[in-house]
Design a protein around this ligand. Structure first.
Ligand code: FPP
Length: 251
């Protein structure tokens, strides 16, 4: 998306009269803290991830209710996929399969279009089929796009895009070769779990995102935590490289 398409200044993201807050169009979330949550409760990491998947379900509904049109969540990074114990990765893939089977009806009921990004062709075939079936079954829905990043890495996405660009027709841009070229830029990126880093998540799409770091571990993340992030976002002034409005007027 070009900077021309972004609202600039406009009294930050709020209506300015205290009545209405314009929500971000695209919210991205790094769902971190499942392992620590489990540790603190003397439970297994698997239980932490299972609880994390329930929170993902809840957050999807809250986000839809707030009329945000795109939600992209980091479910499994390429680094997690390669570096975590095989047992944990297998559990996460099982959890994903369970989630896709149990949620399809609900996604349809709520008008949610499901998508997935990442090096999906490296996933087990059963996972790929389930992902594809869910994408196809929900593709017409328009109330919310829910996108899961699975075996996703930002550097891998850019490397894959550069590779694809080499065999694309002349004039094809790098952006056109990303996993999902028409994905809108991320407006707000939330990371739970207290770490202050981006961990290779959507570097191209988040270049101008507002960032919100929450101390809350993902399995404890609530509607109040979401609203806190949205309220802080509403107070931010976004300029996309331009001068502030008051400065530009003085020119
Ligand atoms: C990071 O927490 C989280 C992950 C590696 C997985 C995130 C996955 C979920 C929230 C559930 C996924 C949902 C589906 C549908 C598969 P961590 O384990 O690194 O936590 P830690 O930093 O406390 O150890």
């Amino acid at each position: 998306m070009s900077s021309d398409e972004h609202p600039v200044d406009a009294g930050a993201n709020s209506a300015g009269n205290g009545d209405e807050i314009s929500p971000p169009q695209h919210l991205a979330i790094i769902m971190d803290g499942n392992g620590r949550w489990a540790n603190r409760q003397n439970r297994s990491r698997a239980e932490g991830h299972a609880r994390g998947a329930e929170v993902l379900r809840d957050v999807t509904r809250w986000v839809r209710e707030r009329k945000i049109s795109e939600l992209t969540c980091y479910a499994l990074s390429t680094e997690n996929y390669q570096e975590r114990p095989q047992e944990e990765v297998e559990f996460l893939l099982e959890l994903l399969a369970k989630y896709l089977r149990s949620e399809r009806e609900e996604l349809n009921r709520l008008g949610i279009c499901f998508r997935a990004i990442g090096r999906l062709s490296e996933l087990p075939e059963e996972t790929q089929s389930l992902l594809e079936e869910t994408v196809q079954a929900t593709r017409e829905h328009q109330d919310l796009v829910l996108r899961l990043a699975i075996n996703y890495g930002g550097r891998a996405e850019l490397a894959d895009a550069a590779f694809r660009q080499q065999s694309a027709p002349p004039g094809t841009s790098l952006e056109d070769c990303l996993y999902e070229p028409r994905m809108p830029d991320v407006d707000l990126l939330i990371r739970s779990g207290g770490e202050i880093r981006l961990s290779n998540f959507l570097p191209w799409q988040s270049s101008y995102a507002e960032l919100h770091f929450s101390e809350v571990l993902w399995p404890d993340f609530t509607e109040v935590d979401l609203d806190q992030a949205l309220q802080q976002y509403a107070l931010r002034t976004r300029r996309f490289g331009r001068l502030p409005a008051w400065d530009a007027e003085a020119e």
